[in-house]
Design a protein around this ligand. Structure first.
Ligand code: ZN
Length: 572
């Protein structure tokens, strides 16, 4: 089922017999500086009851004044999820008693909500689906009951009214979701839109995004909905998915055993991994809603609505589509890179600095995000700025440095904040130009081979794996400045052409070559010049009494001194 589900005790056949029906109610705290009906701060984490006034404490004789910014934020959210924002909406009193609600009622919207009839598109397992949104309305938050952490917590409950009057939008979906995965995708998509529009910081830990779920099951193909249960206390995406899967199976279990689902509100109990009944809906409050007499109806002019609509940023779905077509990256890349507005902006700045889209996407998803993740940093706090990464990607892409060197340079950039060009110059990491590289490849391969002549023997005996260890050594010696491909083709050519033992005496060739002992080393070395070729080195080792011709010029710097006859340049 879901990515978070624990093993299901039910058979897939039984689960498939029923169709879950899920709708979500999401409360989101709007990111205003002050509360919805007074000037108190909405800052999170201040000491209890420090951000309160007679209005939000519900003292007699006070009157609420609507915060225009809260309406604007709610409009932004509503328009981003394709709702119709109504010209006229109205606040209503929702009456109930609770210790954290000092007025004895909550100012909310009931018959005439701010916005209705929207939708958002989710994607699950590659399939797109539209989930309807019934309504979005404005309301005030209640205070918070604190049950732990105070001197008399074992006998008393404390109340913090700082949150009282914080503006909320409640977003109610249609019962359009059929799996916990869809519910998870809906909440994730909604959260991303709210973040992009700057409506909320959607921090679930701090309670600025809260989710309740309505869930029921029915026989697959049935038209009627089953009896629904409301599940509260879903304060993480994981809990949402787990609680839904738990409820779906609980409902199926009850129906299969001939029982009846009772309409009730349940709480997710994370410790016990189950939902527990909270209150029965049949006995639920009648909230006795009535129009709020202390506030005028809310009037949203078409001009104001259009202004808010125009101020909306490009939303995640549109951005993903544009990224794929404009930068030639995959839909998966686009999804990762539009994870947040900041990440998307970073990507576009890297491209603006000259990096090709695909390369920029790769570098960000591998090196950058991994290092940010390891160091617990957000993209906005990245020590490597987009222009600096762009410069590095261009260096690699143009072949000025190799990919392997690029990775090392990036690590240094991340640690030191220095620029790629600076590091490359300081450490001499430029790729070699082609002619230089060919020479160096030969030289490095010779060194790698000479260090372990026995590997050539092994290769000759058919152990081709030896070419891997030679490659490894050669790459190390090259310190990443030469592309692996250059080594591989040179090595292949060499091993193939020299695989046959060139043993025996120098016989047939000796008449054409000039020999002289090299400078003393354990592996005694002979420098040779074959007519018509450049200088070669013949390696002679006592334990391996064969001669290996290694026709390459790169070791001339070492062997030149010992060669009696210098390479004939005309014959070169
Ligand atoms: Zn206040």
């Amino acid at each position: 089922m879901t990515k978070f589900a624990t093993e299901s005790a039910m058979s897939p056949e039984l689960l498939a017999k029923y169709e879950p029906v899920i709708g979500l109610e999401v409360h989101v705290q709007l990111l205003t500086k002050t509360k919805i009906f007074c000037g108190c701060s909405t800052r999170f984490g201040d000491s209890p009851n420090s951000n309160v006034c007679p209005v939000c404490l519900g003292l007699p004789g006070t009157l609420p004044v609507l915060n225009k910014r809260a309406v604007e934020m709610a409009m932004r959210a509503a328009l981003a999820i394709n709702c119709t924002v109504h010209e006229h909406s109205r606040f209503a009193r929702k009456n109930y008693f609770y210790p954290d609600l000092p007025k004895g009622y909550q100012i909310s919207q009931f018959e005439l909500p701010l916005a209705t009839g929207g939708w958002l598109e989710i994607e699950v397992h590659g399939e797109k689906k539209r989930i309807g949104i019934t309504r979005l309305h404005l309301e005030e938050d209640a205070g918070k009951s604190l049950h732990d952490g105070f001197p008399h917590s074992d006998e008393k409950t404390y109340v913090d009214f700082n949150r009282c009057g914080t503006p909320l939008s409640e977003i109610v979906s249609e019962p359009d979701m059929r799996t916990s995965d869809e519910a998870y995708a809906y909440l994730t998509t909604l959260r991303q839109i709210l973040l992009y529009t700057g409506v909320s910081d959607v921090n679930m830990e701090e309670g600025s995004l809260r989710c309740d779920a309505n869930v029921s099951v029915r026989l697959r193909g049935a038209k009627e909905f089953g009896t629904k249960v409301e599940v509260k206390n879903l304060n993480s995406f994981r809990y949402l998915a787990k609680a839904l899967d738990y409820e779906i199976e609980r409902h199926i279990g009850i129906i299969e055993s001939g029982g009846r689902i009772s309409q009730e509100t349940r709480l997710w109990n994370q410790a016990a991994n189950r939902t527990d009944p909270m209150r029965s809906k049949e006995k639920a409050h009648d909230y006795r809603y009535f129009p709020e007499p202390d506030l005028l109806p809310v009037h949203v002019s078409p001009a104001w609505r259009d202004e808010v609509l125009r101020s909306l940023p490009e939303l995640p779905a549109a951005k993903r589509t544009r990224f794929v077509s404009a930068y030639g990256i995959t839909p998966y890349d686009a999804e990762v890179l539009t994870g947040s507005q900041e990440l998307a902006d970073y990507f576009e700045s890297v491209v603006k600095a000259g990096a090709p889209g695909k390369a920029a996407a790769n570098w960000m998803q591998t090196e950058l995000l991994r290092r940010l993740n390891d160091s617990g940093k957000e993209i906005t706090a990245s020590p490597v700025k987009p222009a600096a990464l762009g410069e590095l990607v261009v260096l690699v892409d143009s072949g000025k440095i190799t990919g392997a060197v690029g990775k090392k340079v990036f690590a240094t950039m991340f640690e030191s904040g220095r620029s790629a060009a600076e590091i490359v110059t300081a450490e001499g990491l430029q790729s070699m130009v082609d002619s230089e590289a060919v020479k160096a490849v030969k030289e490095i391969l010779a060194t790698a081979m000479l260090a372990h002549l026995e590997r050539l023997d092994q290769f000759r005996e058919g152990k081709t794996a030896v070419s891997k260890s030679l490659m490894g050594d050669a790459m190390k010696l090259a310190k990443g400045r030469i592309k692996a491909q250059a080594f591989q083709s040179e090595l292949d050519a060499h091993l193939t052409s020299n695989a046959a033992p060139n043993s025996g005496s120098l016989g047939s060739t000796s008449s054409q070559i000039t020999l002289e002992w090299g400078k003393g080393s354990e592996a005694q070395r002979l420098s040779v010049q074959l007519p018509g070729t450049s200088v070669a080195v013949i390696q002679f080792k006592r334990e391996y009494p064969e001669l290996w011709l290694f026709n390459q010029s790169a070791v001339t710097s070492e062997s030149n001194e010992t060669v009696t006859k210098k390479p004939d340049e005309k014959e070169d």
